[in-house]
Design a protein around this ligand. Structure first.
Ligand SMILES: NC(=O)c1ccc[n+]([C@@H]2O[C@H](COP(=O)([O-])OP(=O)(O)OC[C@H]3O[C@@H](n4cnc5c(N)ncnc54)[C@H](O)[C@@H]3O)[C@@H](O)[C@H]2O)c1
Length: 357
């Protein structure tokens, strides 16, 4: 993959966010020409600033993905060959406070990206990032497959399910794999991943960032709202590897890679919030927590993903078990909390360790 991405023109939306910054760092390291579209980072600190990405990528645009005209100008100027669309309002609890912003960003923003890809015509492959939360959650012990019905109780999940449906409509109507090479030259996939952890996430209401803030900054017990909620936890590298594989396969014209893909952990890493916190405290050797249940805003209790399609057809498997993912995550934050000047080093060491074999 490293050789493949060298000198490719890759556009990432959401490059100032947690997953987007890791993706940009990997691609810059691999010699890709990275173009980023997002809003300025909205957390302090932010991984984007820690890694000084605005100076290190080829072109940095702080532009709202709801502004179609601006997107068009950027695509015509930069002429990207590969697109990873990650920009979104990604927080379930915020989506209750501002459902319209969530829907306009996640649904219309995604439609804008697909439409601009259609009008520009020069993109060879695009990976649209949705989430495991797109499935109609029946709250039973079942791992959702790509063919299962979509739904969404909270506004975030609904907006992502809608973005997923919009993408599928663009695939069928305009980027149909059956018409590849005759009517169009673009292949598109949708990637649905579970809850990711990793160094450098400072978003609010997320478990690991909250844990780091409680233990290292506030020096108090972590408060957890929903201890029994089970989630598909995985290190951020796992879905990013899936996205990068898709980007490459689609670029190479593999029509059977178009469509939806789940990326999640192995069965044993579907664990509860409380289990993850206990593991984390063991690894850190410090910290405690209090349970203050808060069900005022509905969040799913049980969510599992079936990853057989990616395993069989992409040869994609999770590389790290939860313990390794937590260890890498806390090592990264541990270094950061020491005020280390060497964040680029540990970031690149972790990338090399994960991607080198
Ligand atoms: N973090 C997770 O656990 C997780 C799990 C599943 C799916 N996802 C999905 O992965 C993607 C990235 O998530 P993240 O955790 O990095 O989120 P993040 O909040 O760290 O980053 C979001 C990015 O989107 C950009 N953005 C938001 N609104 C925008 C707008 N109107 N115009 C342009 N850019 C805008 C932000 O500037 C930022 O760069 C999202 O699509 C999210 O739904 C995340």
């Amino acid at each position: 993959m490293q050789n493949f991405y060298k000198n490719k023109k890759v556009l990432i939306t959401g490059h100032s966010g947690f997953k987007g910054s890791w993706l940009a760092q990997i691609l810059v390291n691999w010699g890709a020409d990275v173009i980023g579209i997002s809003l300025p980072p909205d957390t302090k600190p932010s991984l984007f600033e820690v890694l000084k990405l605005s100076d290190r990528i080829k072109k940095n645009y702080f532009v709202d993905i709801r502004d179609f005209q601006k997107l068009k100008e950027i695509f015509e100027t930069e002429k990207p060959e590969i697109v990873f669309h990650l920009a979104a309002q990604p927080l379930v609890r915020d989506s209750y406070d501002d459902p319209l912003k969530t829907h306009s960003t996640n649904v219309i923003g995604t439609a804008n990206i697909l439409q601009v890809i259609k009008e520009f015509g020069g993109v060879k492959s695009a990976v649209i990032i949705t989430t495991d939360k797109v499935y109609e959650n029946k709250e039973r012990d079942y791992s959702y497959k790509e063919t299962d019905a979509l739904g969404g109780y909270d506004p975030y999940s609904a907006s992502k399910a809608a973005a997923d449906i919009v993408t599928n409509s663009y695939i069928q109507s305009f980027f149909n794999p059956n018409d590849f090479g005759s009517k169009h030259n673009t292949l598109i996939a949708v990637a649905r991943a579970g809850n990711v952890i990793g160094g450098g996430d400072w978003a609010k209401d997320r478990l690991v960032p909250d844990m780091i803030k409680a233990i290292f900054e506030k020096k108090e017990a972590l408060v957890i709202r929903n201890p029994k909620a089970v989630r598909p936890w995985q290190h951020v590298f796992e879905p990013l590897r899936g996205y990068l594989m898709l980007g490459q396969y689609l670029y190479n014209g593999e029509t059977n890679k178009s469509g939806a893909w789940n990326f999640g952990p192995c069965e044993e890493d579907f664990v509860s919030v409380e289990h993850l916190i206990k593991e984390g405290i063991l690894i850190l050797g410090t910290g405690n927590y209090n349970i203050v249940e808060d069900n005022s805003k509905h969040e799913a209790n049980l969510l599992k993903l079936n990853i057989n399609k990616a395993a069989t057809n992409l040869n994609w498997f999770p590389k790290w078990v939860l313990k390794e993912s937590l260890k890498a995550t806390f090592e990264w934050y541990g270094q950061f909390c020491k005020g280390s000047e060497k964040m680029m080093d540990i970031t690149d060491q972790q990338i090399n360790l994960y991607f080198s074999n």
